[in-house]
Write a protein that binds this ligand. Structure first.
Ligand SMILES: [Zn+2]
Length: 75
């Protein structure tokens, strides 16, 4: 797709990292499937992936995780 941010680049399939900070916890998900703009580098994630990340983050925080770096796994 055309990048809606810079309006010049095209997005390419790739992977990116997402960092979530919630309360005192910091969670980093690596290798998350994304569409990445080849011009400005903006990363786009599908709703499914965002929701899955949120769910995994809530679970980790509920388990008392304060800082964690993990590989993204599809739900
Ligand atoms: Zn762009």
């Amino acid at each position: 797709m055309k990048c809606p941010i810079c309006k010049h680049g095209d997005t390419m399939t790739g992977t990116a990292s997402i960092t979530l900070e919630k309360n005192a916890a910091t969670l980093v998900f690596k290798g998350v499937p994304a569409q990445i703009c080849n011009n400005c580098g903006e990363e786009y994630f599908t709703d499914n992936i965002t929701q899955s990340i949120m769910k995994q983050a809530e679970l980790a925080i509920a388990q008392g995780v304060q800082i964690d770096v993990r590989q993204y796994r599809a739900a």
